[in-house]
Ligand binder design. Structure first.
Ligand SMILES: [Zn+2]
Length: 125
């Protein structure tokens, strides 16, 4: 699956639609039932932290969806399902470069995502 997603992102980069993988969000519509079940299972019973997927893929966001969004950059159809690459929304976190809808003000006018702001606050304690 990772190979397919990276291929789709690479396609966007080649067309110069985006500069970096972190500028994208990935929607994944699984058509393979076994894969869908395991992703759903992971979400419900495994690590609640969906950050796992986005870090693994090095994109700003990853979600398993049942409907694709409108206005995507690319939709890739493959044996595993549909992979939709969207432009990431929100602001870029100055620390990890992920795009997040929710950002927090850090020191020296920096913008931080929730996770980084938690890490940084923790370091100050
Ligand atoms: Zn961050």
């Amino acid at each position: 699956m990772r190979v397919e997603i990276n291929k789709a992102i690479e396609g966007c980069r080649n067309k110069q639609i985006i500069g970096a993988a972190l500028e994208t969000e990935v929607n994944y519509l699984p058509e393979d039932k076994a894969l869908k079940d395991s992703l759903t299972w992971l979400k419900e019973f495994g690590n609640q932290d969906v950050d796992l997927f986005r870090d693994w893929l090095i994109v700003s966001n990853f979600q398993v969806v049942s409907d694709l969004a409108e206005n995507s950059l690319i939709i890739d159809n493959n044996a595993l399902g549909k992979i939709q690459i969207n432009k990431a929304q929100g602001q870029k976190c100055d620390r990890c470069w992920h795009y997040q809808k929710e950002t927090f003000n850090g020191v020296q006018n920096t913008k931080l995502c929730k996770r980084c702001s938690n890490i940084i606050n923790f370091e100050f304690i």
